[in-house]
Design a protein around this ligand. Structure first.
Ligand SMILES: Nc1ncnc2c1ncn2[C@@H]1O[C@H](COP(=O)(O)OP(=O)(O)O)[C@@H](O)[C@H]1O
Ligand SMILES: [Mg+2]
Length: 255
């Protein structure tokens, strides 16, 4: 499935948040959206998932969800959003309950996603027994359980320390490499974007507009820091972001 945004703009009363966003989210690739805090990234993601409608422009979901998809558009948030009184497997079964699947099928899905996220030994654990990184892996497992057409991630690693972030990025790379999925990954972290993005959308400060779209062809499982192409992309993206941040600071001074 592919998402197309056509001249999307938005205001919250007097505040213009997004302006003239035209963008395609291609199937089976990861699109990263980076930009300064408050530039409208989360708002844009809510439009893509249909949680909210923009004040102008169109959001189109094209194509069909994969076979067996129980929920075409699924979110992963920074705060994990796990129910503390439910075990890991019961947090996952929660998203399957409405679908009235045969018990065997539910069991098979849970086993499959726990194995893919390396959580099989923790099926009966409660969230409070898990580290932050493991909690987020449960949230990833829960998202995978519905076999979404598009996975929408809003700063999923921002609450984690940098080592845990690296480990989870590796997990996402290996999940994607095994079964390429369609994802939109919002972050303000350039390293994450360069590690995970096939397409990186750089938004300007508010009102968020597309500053530039940068593609990275290096396969995800070959993205090591010493790769000179990757280093060039990183430096280029850093310049774009730095210019935005400086312009925003200058505006504050003259406001
Ligand atoms: N429901 C809302 N009502 C009013 N203003 C909002 C609402 N949601 C977000 N905003 C404002 O819109 C701007 C963009 O927010 P957001 O999309 O969360 O940015 P980002 O995710 O890039 O930090 C911010 O100035 C924020 O305060
Ligand atoms: Mg946000």
């Amino acid at each position: 499935m592919e998402i197309r945004l056509n001249a999307v703009g938005h205001r919250y009363e007097a505040v213009e948040v997004l302006s003239d966003i035209t963008l395609t989210i291609p199937a089976h690739k990861i699109t990263c959206i980076i930009g300064p805090s408050g530039c409208g990234k989360s708002t844009l993601l809510r439009f893509m998932g249909g949680l909210e409608k923009p004040s102008s422009g169109d959001v189109l979901q094209l194509g069909t969800a994969p076979e067996g998809s129980l929920n075409a558009l699924t979110y992963i948030f920074q705060d994990f959003a796990l129910l503390p009184w439910r075990t890991v497997e019961d947090n996952i079964s929660l998203v399957l309950e409405d679908h009235r699947l045969p018990t065997e099928k539910t069991k098979a899905i849970i086993e499959n996603v726990l194995a893919r996220t390396k959580l099989s030994d923790f099926a009966k654990a409660l969230p409070k027994q898990l580290s932050g990184g493991m909690k987020q892996r449960v949230a990833i497992a829960r998202a995978l359980a519905v076999n979404p057409a598009v996975l929408l991630m809003d700063e999923p690693l921002s609450a984690l320390d940098s080592q845990t972030r690296d480990l989870l990025m590796e997990d996402l790379v290996s999940l994607w490499t095994r079964t390429p999925f369609t994802a939109v990954y919002v972050t303000h972290n350039l390293q994450e974007a360069v590690r995970l993005g096939h397409q990186i959308v750089v938004l300007s400060r508010r009102p968020g507009q597309i500053h530039q779209v940068v593609t990275i062809d290096t396969p995800l499982d070959q993205r090591i820091a010493s790769n000179p192409d990757l280093q060039n992309k990183h430096d280029h993206l850093w310049q774009l972001m730095r210019d935005e941040a400086r312009a925003a600071d200058a505006e504050l001074l003259h406001a």
